[in-house]
Write a protein that binds this ligand. Structure first.
Ligand SMILES: [Zn+2]
Length: 82
């Protein structure tokens, strides 16, 4: 299975592990350097403003590590209400 590799080279087994790391570091409420506009799985366009963010419509949880937060390609979906 392909691993998730962050911009700084950290490896994660899956999307959930990215969210876990963000929580471990205690940075889940840190602001995004630039908010990410995301077309969510629920078809709403949302603005991710923190490193860990839940869609207000469907609770899909998005996460990005601090080192990768400036590059929105590194944002992962960790699952609904993860
Ligand atoms: Zn959503």
């Amino acid at each position: 299975m392909a691993k998730i590799v962050s911009k700084c080279g950290c490896e994660f087994d899956n999307n959930q592990a990215v969210a876990d790391r963000v929580r471990e570091k205690g940075v889940e409420n840190e602001p995004m350097p630039t908010p990410a506009k995301i077309k969510c799985v629920c078809n709403q366009t949302i603005e991710m403003t923190t490193l860990l963010y839940k869609c207000p419509h469907c609770q899909m949880t998005y996460a990005v590590t601090p080192c990768s937060a400036s590059d929105h390609d590194y944002i992962v979906k960790a699952g609904i209400d993860y």
